[in-house]
Design a protein. Structure first.
Ligand code: SF4
Length: 216
């Protein structure tokens, strides 16, 4: 490959997608290393420092060993990688069904149209709420996913307000996900039902399958 830049990779593994629209589907995860943020509930802090530069051609070659069309590019924060667009474009040209998990704290405008963005809007209990990029909510596509990780009632109320203020109450793919082991699923289920909120309650199924072990 003529232009073959590198991306810092923490791990590549084959597992069950535990979240969003492809929940339950066998998926290859490409986890980039590094993240400039520090969310209170982060469950991938090992990716902050553990990473190796890999040529994009090597990444694609490795991914091709797995017999699935589903790829999730996650982190860390993938959009903090200088060459992430090159990797995404090469995955697209190899006809994968790609989702990109990102924090909502970095501008998504350069993400190619063919990628499904799963954007984790940072709630107050993350301690990174002030860094949410408001513009991202106006450029997100109908097919993308908005995820709110909810740690308590205040996060829940705050998330409702964000949806209302940004005319997103009827957006198709909104997931409210309780912080595992912190907020009881039945508590958030009750709030959603009481408010008749048009969101999907998401329990991260990989945590039920593997607990707090790495999902592979
Ligand atoms: S943005 Fe994601 S990887 Fe970074 S600290 Fe927050 S949860 Fe962890």
């Amino acid at each position: 490959m003529k232009n073959d830049p590198s991306v810092s990779i923490n791990e590549i593994f084959y597992s069950i997608q535990g979240e969003a629209k492809n929940t339950g589907k066998p998926t290859v995860f490409i986890r980039t290393a590094g993240c400039p943020f520090r969310c209170s509930y982060c469950d991938t802090d090992y990716a902050f420092t553990e990473g190796k530069q890999k040529k994009i051609s090597e990444v694609i070659k490795y991914v091709k060993k797995f017999d699935t069309k589903y790829i999730t590019v996650t982190g860390g924060e993938p959009l903090a990688q200088k060459n992430i667009k090159n990797l995404l474009e090469l995955l697209i040209s190899n006809s994968y069904d790609i989702s990109l998990e990102t924090s909502g704290l970095i501008d998504i405008s350069s993400v190619p149209e063919d990628i499904e963005i799963v954007m984790d809007i940072k709630t107050p209990s993350s301690n990174e709420e002030s860094k949410n990029i408001k513009k991202n909510l106006s450029i997100i596509k109908k097919t993308d996913v908005l995820k709110f990780v909810i740690g308590d009632k205040n996060d829940y109320e705050w998330s409702k307000e964000v949806l209302s203020e940004n005319n997103l109450i009827n957006f198709s793919n909104i997931y409210f996900s309780p912080v595992h082991d912190l907020l009881k699923p039945k508590d958030i289920a009750k709030w959603i039902l009481d408010d008749n909120l048009k969101v999907t309650l998401q329990l991260q199924i990989h945590k039920y399958i593997w607990g707090n072990e790495r999902a592979r």
